[in-house]
Ligand binder design. Structure first.
Ligand SMILES: [Cu+2]
Length: 427
């Protein structure tokens, strides 16, 4: 294990709530893209990252449904400093290579070549609000880019159901590198229907942005902290050995013995996760989780997580209610059982076991440390969460963008939507 698991505490990004002066509409917000140095793990030197407002992930922007918000996305990234990511194409592993010699399982470069075009990149950015119903001109089209010193105006009506969206860089041809450098953040829409449910809120509602990363090494093999985007000639997609949650590798979160709402986003470029919750004995306690929402907002009813785990492809979101009450004083591990590239295959080993053959050398995502103290938590999850009046015709008119109905039935993700096609563009 190159870094101690669960050593650092999970960070939660600060929240920005746009307000308007003197009741003028729309509310405005200025968000600066700036270079920053962040420790991804306390055992690492600081890492050069690009951020929104100096936070990794960027600040969470929280709005009301229908609240008209204008954002000035200001590119204040440095022109004269090196690009914060080293892009590297490793030689394919030999046919008889041991699983632990698969290049993407290993930190550092190994044999291969640096992508000099990426090393020479200048900060060129555009912001896309993923999942947002946005007028075309403000949708963050990939060629609508801003150089350092320039500003892009975003105009967001937020006229859609309460949901977890995310904003991220979208620049033509280099989205994967810019997002990898740190340019991603969450965007939460609230509405009355959601609030009427009385779901766990405040410090009991935790966003979890999951991203895999790789890091460069010194000639001695020590981790430098520098972001390394290492692919293999034949794989091409990026799969990294380290899992970051909210910008920290393998964090832990102290929780009370009560119910929590977890807003999960897979913000990885290509890795799919199949999330399983394990107790201290390595037994799956995934049954303690109910899924209450997906990309488009709340489900009609809560659903159970499939016994094999919750599958989340890149850019997908899951709104989860987790009941920690049965686990007073215990430590629970959230682990990934999906191999990469993911083809839907079931895992043929116990959850939480490394699977380097399938580019899963470290299955851990994070740890929950449940307090031993008894808490009076009287919240009862309603069996009816949301209504979908008009959703079907709306979805048809808009080309099935949100695909509520199939998700509501199965709790599984839906393939082949326009959104999924967009996601493939992240790579
Ligand atoms: Cu996206």
């Amino acid at each position: 294990m190159p870094l101690t698991r669960f050593k650092d505490r999970l960070r939660v990004p600060p929240v920005l709530r746009p307000t308007c002066d003197r009741q003028r509409s729309p509310a405005t917000l200025a968000v600066h893209m700036v270079a920053h140095r962040v420790r991804l793990h306390s055992e690492l030197p600081p890492t050069d990252v690009w951020t929104y407002e100096g936070h990794l992930p960027g600040p969470t922007i929280e709005v009301r449904r229908g609240q008209h918000v204008r954002v000035e996305w200001i590119n204040a990234l440095p022109v004269r400093r090196p690009y914060p990511v080293t892009a590297f194409t490793a030689e394919d592993p030999a046919a008889d290579a041991a699983p632990d010699q698969i290049p993407q399982n290993l930190p550092g470069r190994g044999r291969g070549r640096v992508n000099e075009a990426v090393a020479a990149l200048r900060p060129w950015t555009v912001v896309h609000l993923h999942g947002g119903r946005v007028a075309a001109g403000y949708d963050g089209w990939t060629e609508n880019g801003a150089a350092s010193g320039q500003t892009i105006l975003g105009d967001y009506s937020n006229d859609q159901r309460a949901a977890l969206l995310w904003y991220h860089d979208h620049a033509m041809g280099i989205t994967r590198f810019n997002v990898y450098s740190g340019l991603a953040g969450l965007w939460i829409i609230r509405d009355a229907e959601e609030e009427a449910l009385g779901l766990p809120a405040g410090r009991y509602e935790i966003p979890l942005l999951i991203q895999d990363r790789n890091l460069d090494t010194t000639p001695n093999g020590d981790l430098t902290g520098r972001l390394l985007h290492k692919v293999e000639d034949n794989t091409m997609e990026f799969f990294g050995p380290f899992t970051m949650v909210n910008g920290t590798i393998w964090p832990h979160l102290p929780v009370e013995s009560r119910q929590y709402r977890l807003r999960v986003l897979n913000g990885s470029n290509a890795r799919t996760y199949r999330l399983v919750l394990l107790d201290g004995n390595g037994r799956s306690v995934t049954g303690a989780i109910r899924q209450i929402g997906t990309d488009g907002g709340l489900l009609a009813r809560p659903v159970s997580i499939p016994p094999a785990g919750l599958v989340l492809a890149p850019a997908e979101r899951a709104d989860l209610l987790v009941d920690f009450r049965p686990f007073r004083g215990e430590r629970l591990r959230l682990v990934n059982t999906a191999g990469s590239p993911f083809d839907g295959s079931p895992s043929n080993q116990a959850p939480g076991t490394p699977d380097p053959t399938n580019r899963l050398p470290y299955p851990d995502v994070m740890e929950f440390r449940v307090s031993g103290q008894r808490v009076n938590d009287t919240f009862v999850l309603p069996e009816r969460l949301a209504s979908f009046r008009g959703a079907a015709c709306c979805a048809r008119r808009r080309g099935g963008w949100h695909a509520h109905a199939p998700r509501a039935r199965t709790g599984q993700r839906v393939r082949g939507t326009p959104d999924a096609a967009h996601d493939r563009g992240h790579r």
